[in-house]
Design a protein around this ligand. Structure first.
Ligand SMILES: [Zn+2]
Length: 217
């Protein structure tokens, strides 16, 4: 990969982090993002830093063996690295991954609700289905495998995003001709935004129904 392309991808990850923060989908140092490079290594956000204050030089490269290339300033890859790797392994088409602790999704799954995008035709165009992965110990191999399995569950088209119960959502973007990794990452962020809208609408509808029920009408 030539240096210019790598710099474009670093900039794309910076832009994606700012988008997630601007939409209120991540707080503090939450969330993580990555893209898969042509040689199979990953460019991933560092652990512990705000995603709306990253610079291109903050990104960490992780090799095929899962080991991080030493960062010039000692930054470490996201603590969710195992989830990213599991998803990329399960989905050879995927070249971008984005994760956020979406408050509306956490609220609904905490309450045991499963929002169904098929109920909103326009949303269903972009998110035909939305699997839910149960809460598992953070950072566990089981959590990584469960998320990867949910995102690789047939039939086609495979899911572009999954809810993680009481945790948030993880979205992916496929690399297709004319859709390089930077565009795929933007698609993954789009999917997180759409999940947030779906969850907020679902929550509002539930509140309206509850108010009606209280009013007896
Ligand atoms: Zn998380």
């Amino acid at each position: 990969m030539i240096d210019d392309e790598l710099e474009l991808l670093r900039a794309a990850v910076v832009a994606a982090g700012r988008r997630l923060a601007a939409r209120g989908l991540i707080a503090a140092s939450e969330g993580n993002l990555s893209v898969r490079l042509p040689d199979g290594s990953l460019l991933i956000t560092p652990s512990g830093l705000r995603k709306d204050e990253l610079t291109p030089a903050d990104m960490v490269i992780v090799g095929l063996d899962g080991a991080a290339v030493p960062h010039r300033r000692g930054l470490r890859p996201s603590s969710d690295l195992a989830l990213h790797r599991a998803v990329y392994e399960a989905r050879p088409d995927v070249v971008a991954y984005a994760h956020a602790h979406i408050a509306s999704a956490m609220a609904l799954t905490l309450a045991g609700e499963h929002p169904d995008p098929a109920e909103l035709p326009e949303t269903a165009l972009f998110i035909p289905r939305l699997p839910v992965v149960p809460l598992m110990p953070l950072g566990s191999a089981a959590a990584a495998q469960a998320l990867a399995a949910a995102l690789a569950e047939p039939p086609e088209p495979l899911p572009g995003v999954a809810l993680m119960a009481r945790h948030g959502a993880a979205a992916v973007g496929s690399g297709q001709p004319g859709n390089p990794a930077a565009a795929a990452l933007a698609t993954a962020v789009d999917r997180l935004e759409l999940v947030d809208v779906l969850c907020r609408v679902w929550l509002d509808a539930a509140l309206i129904r509850a108010a009606r029920a209280l009013g007896g009408s």
